[in-house]
Design a binder for this molecule. Structure first.
Ligand code: PEP
Ligand code: MN
Length: 360
């Protein structure tokens, strides 16, 4: 697949003065719910209505979607509101049904993008249709796998393509449901600047309070659109209740978002700056995380020292650490003075922790 303007032609056809907005419930639940939400979103910035019909669930027993009946509700919503309809497909049978029901946009979910067999099956079923197809990132942070999915569709003659950044699974506890790893999406943007890039702050954050912040970050990084889960009664949604917003809240989010309209030169500068700031923010977050982990280990050492009744400060070991760090710092262009200052501060914090453990 080559980067070319052809990739974003479908997006330009929307002729929007703002990023593309896709909104709608995580899942279609009832005909009434699908229609109600669609009507509330009709006269807003929303161009495409989303609703999951087949829901991939982590564990069995959860709500697995209403199935094909929901496609009829989407058809009705389209007839009544004029919004384009989008749903998730995970196999050839889903594609067939979606095509039969005139669904306009199909997205491939994160759990499907990880599986090249499934993506190929979907690509074959869609061969040479003119549907818009959006590929969500795989659950694991693997850019080649993500791009590979897009390429399978491209090679099947699908030319209206885009990608959705919905974040990545991690074992670590973080403030996100799926960590964004922005630099991965930025790398994709660098390689395919014309491939429409849409952010899914709902699945990245997992909580409605953070949707605004992450949407703004995406716009600052020049994303082409946002997909935001929206429900008239979020708390009682059958899936992903915590991350859905009401149509009223969605409108407010869009009023508050700063959409930059800039000269090309200014936007190039801002984009570069924003990308670099993302890197700095991620490194800073990692520094804090590592310092926290280091302190947990220092606490364990404190507990051991207490048990054996030994002194907190062990000068020989400390001087060894310092000597080693000064040498390693030098290799990375960091001055001796800086290393001394930073490690003295870290060491002091460890000593305070251990003293509290031993005396407390
Ligand atoms: C969804 O969009 O409702 C969904 C299931 O998303 P993901 O594939 O990103 O988990
Ligand atoms: Mn969802």
């Amino acid at each position: 697949m080559k980067n070319s303007k052809e990739l974003r032609r479908w997006l330009d056809d929307f002729n929007l003065a703002h990023p593309l907005v896709i909104a709608g419930p995580c899942s279609a639940e009832t005909e009434e719910q699908v229609l109600k939400i669609a009507h509330e979103l009709k006269d807003s910035d929303v161009s495409i209505y989303r609703a999951g019909i087949w829901k991939p669930r982590t564990r069995p027993g959860g709500f697995e979607g209403v199935g094909a009946i929901g496609l009829k509700w989407l058809q009705k919503a389209k007839a009544e509101t004029g919004l384009l309809m989008a749903t998730e497909v995970a196999n050839a049978a889903h594609v067939q049904l979606a095509l039969e029901h005139d669904i306009d946009v199909l997205w491939i979910g994160a759990r499907t993008t990880v599986n090249p067999f499934a993506v190929q099956e979907i690509a074959d079923a869609l061969k040479n249709t003119d549907k818009i197809v959006l590929v969500k990132n795989p659950v694991n942070p693997d850019l080649a796998l993500w791009l590979g999915g897009v390429e399978r569709l491209y090679n099947a003659g699908i030319k209206k393509l885009g990608v959705i950044h919905r974040g990545f699974s991690t074992y670590e506890k973080t403030k996100y449901r799926n960590i964004p790893e922005w630099q991965l999406a930025i790398e994709l943007q660098n390689r395919f600047p014309d491939l429409p890039l849409i952010c899914d702050p709902s699945h990245i954050t997992g909580k409605r309070e953070m949707i605004q912040e992450v949407s703004q970050q995406a716009l600052d990084l020049n994303y082409d659109g946002l997909i935001i889960e929206t429900h008239t009664d979020p708390d009682n949604a059958w899936s992903d209740a915590a991350q859905q917003v009401t149509p009223t809240r969605l409108k407010q989010i869009f009023e508050d978002l700063r959409v930059r309209k800039e000269t090309e030169e200014a936007s190039d500068y801002n984009q570069k700056l924003n990308r670099l700031r993302v890197d700095i923010d991620e490194y800073d977050a990692k520094i804090i995380e590592i310092l926290g982990k280091r302190m947990v280990v220092a606490d364990k050492i404190g507990a051991l020292k207490k048990e054996k009744n030994v002194a907190v400060l062990q000068n020989k070991r400390w001087n060894e650490i310092l000597g080693k760090m000064i040498l390693e710092g030098e290799e990375k262009g960091l001055s001796e003075e800086f290393i001394l200052r930073i490690f003295k501060a870290i060491h002091q914090e460890s000593i305070s922790h251990q003293e509290k453990i031993i005396n407390g």
